[in-house]
Write a protein of this length. Sequence first.
Length: 301
Amino acid sequence: MARTPLRQPAARLERCLRATTRSRPLCAATQLPASSQPLPAQRRWHSEFSSVNPNEVEHFNALAADWWSPHGSSRLLHLMNPLRHDFIRACLATSSSATPPLDAKTDEAPKKLRYLDIGCGGGIFAESAARLATTEHVTAIDPTPSVLAVAKAHAKRDPALRGKLDYQLTSIEKLPAPERPYDIVSLFEVIEHIDDPGAFLDRVRPFVRPGGWLVMSTIARTWMSWFTTNLVAEDILRIVPPGTHDWNKYINEDELRGFFAGKGWNSPKVMGVVYVPGLGWQEVRGSEKVGNYFFAVRRDE
């Protein structure tokens, strides 16, 4: 994937997202500059770096009780989950080598997919992925104790998940790099809650196998996204708990493309989605420029 100049520099991933202003585009400092600066190639991702923000953990702990209620605080996540799977299937379909390699012992049938779900929350995606016939195993991690307890309790209700789904109370920087990396690493509604996304994404790379996919969903940093996600969804309609999103932490698609360019990734894919009351989440081409979207890159083989 060729490195191209940024309209909105990838370095903004760190500077902008460190802002602590509560979900409001208040001043010119938050606007997108025209100059281009590369994100530092070498970011710390040893014990000094932590992707866990205590304020974020506290916020999501408070939402744990009704995480699995289809009409509760996580209602929009339940509605979005089918699109997550649609997007992953679209990624896997782009090339024949996107599927797992042949079993070394039999050299006949392809192995099933192995997932790492980072920031799994109450397990909406992790559970659904573990139930797929094409899944070998799902490892799901989250640093939020109450939410992960809900995930574990819910999974225990389904005996079919035993042996296929493993929840761990941890963060990515504390998780040892695996000897056998994963086919799919997912970051759904995660990156916009990270203080240092550049270091975080660098840390994630060893967990994706060569030829595997890193998939995520996030929100573009635009005036429209502030209006829809912060003002309307949180403050007026209250369909999203107030304080869930910080507009300053949103990340634009071209920032992600610029960050991954020249770093051993290829085949970037994007899918814009819009929430339509009464219909749920719908794919809308071009909407990644103004609001919610899925993004994926494939690790070089």
